[in-house]
Design a protein around this ligand. Structure first.
Ligand code: NAD
Ligand code: GLY
Length: 362
């Protein structure tokens, strides 16, 4: 059942391994460890579950472990700086390897520490959430939050390998699984209509954590992400399409205070608003919007902003999102299921109308 995909970025190319039991295959990890010094970074939730099997793959090496507190609020400079303190205390050299064992928070902090320690060292992503397995561990975006904004400090730094052990998903809370499925749906919507159809046919299997369905969904998601990143590693163009629903979603997250809704939940509602707006502009046929809503609802995801967050307030919050360029709000919208574009040519009234339309129940 194990799969291997390759992301082709010249000297920065790397494999993505996907399958059950990969953490228990020490021979898989070892070829990607550079040097003799390894630091595993994880958190207080994931380490007790999955650090032990990973250790078995590191016998004979100098291994340090850095266990972070769990939560998005710790994706910040003190936690990140603490990794350097530990690396320096242990006299880790430039040829060391960092391993990120956890979800997107651990992956982003560890990757950014690897990007900066001694001007850049190797790191391996071992993602343990669905969101991290389909999105954040692939593509080299690393970083931390600043009080003024999410992911505002960071670097592009590709891992040397991604090892996605799908058995780890068995312990993932239901809401976290659904949040990852929102990002999976995103790939179908922006560039892969056949994958969207497949998701509609396999929604129940995915919801029930059917192993084969999850592996196929992760593989197809990673292939889509790899294609996009290979074409536009530094987000000068089409990589921005991966942000479908994110500008609306960030407004929900910021409006509620980060941590109330999960990122994937906010993105799900955001994708419905983007679809509504696309329909109003005449780009998306009317039947597509209920199809998108219905698939997200089957995964238990929200499809509209919370009632307490007004549409005008949403618009204000969207205007401070980082995808605003030279004052104009730029949005990812749909031309059909499986086709997306970025546009700045949308009025405030149209955005508000699309937010209002998403709130209507059918
Ligand atoms: P997360 O890392 O906070 O993990 C979610 C929760 O699940 C945490 O409590 C975590 O400890 C727990 N957990 C992780 N694996 C588990 C397991 N196997 N069993 C039980 N519990 C487990 O959140 P996430 O959704 O994985 O990632 C969100 C982060 O990813 C955000 O900071 C976001 O900005 C970032 N992100 C980055 C990129 C990128 O390209 N770098 C893309 C998307 C999102
Ligand atoms: N999650 C968006 C990206 O990797 O570009």
């Amino acid at each position: 059942m194990n799969k291997r995909l390759d992301i082709n970025l010249g000297a920065r190319s790397y494999p993505i391994f996907i399958g059950p039991g990969l953490l228990r295959e020490p021979d898989l990890l070892r070829p990607y460890v550079r040097g003799k010094q390894v630091m595993v970074v994880s958190n207080t939730t994931v380490a007790p579950l999955y650090l032990e099997p990973l250790r078995a793959g590191l016998v004979g090496l100098q291994v340090a472990e850095r266990i972070l507190p769990d939560g998005e609020i710790y994706k910040e400079r003190n936690t990140w700086h603490g990794i350097f303190d530990a690396l320096l205390a242990e006299r880790y050299a430039r040829d060391c390897t960092l391993i990120a064992l956890g979800g997107g928070v651990v992956g982003d902090i560890t990757g950014f520490a690897a990007a900066c320690y001694q001007r850049g060292v190797a790191f391996i992503q071992v993602p343990t959430t669905l969101l991290a397995q389909v999105d954040s561990s692939v593509g080299g975006k690393t970083g931390i939050n600043h009080p003024a904004g999410k992911n505002m400090i960071g670097a592009f730094h590709q891992p040397v390998a991604v090892i996605a052990d799908t058995d780890t998903l068995s312990t993932l809370p239901e809401r976290e699984l659904a949040a990852g499925l929102a990002e999976v749906v995103k790939y179908g919507l922006i560039r892969d209509p056949a994958f969207f159809n497949w998701l509609e046919a396999h929604a129940d299997a995915l919801q029930n954590r059917d192993a084969a369905a999850l592996i196929e969904a992760i593989e197809r998601s990673c292939q889509n992400k790899a294609d996009v990143v290979e074409a536009d590693e530094r987000e000068l163009g089409q990589r921005a399409l991966l942000n479908l629903g994110h500008t609306f979603g960030h407004a929900i997250e910021a409006g509620l205070g980060y941590g109330d809704w999960l990122h994937g939940e906010a993105v799900a509602a955001g994708m419905v608003m983007a679809a509504e707006l696309s329909r109003q502009l005449g780009w998306l046929d009317a039947a597509a919007v209920p199809r998108i809503r219905s698939l997200l609802e089957r995964f238990g995801l929200p499809v509209a902003p919370p009632p307490g967050l007004g549409s005008e307030r949403m618009l204000e919050l969207m205007a401070v999102d980082k995808k605003v360029q030279a004052g104009a709000l730029r949005l990812v919208l749909l031309k059909g299921i499986g086709s997306a574009l970025v546009t700045g040519d949308v009025s405030a009234e149209q955005i508000i109308a699309s937010i209002d339309a998403s709130r209507k129940t059918f």
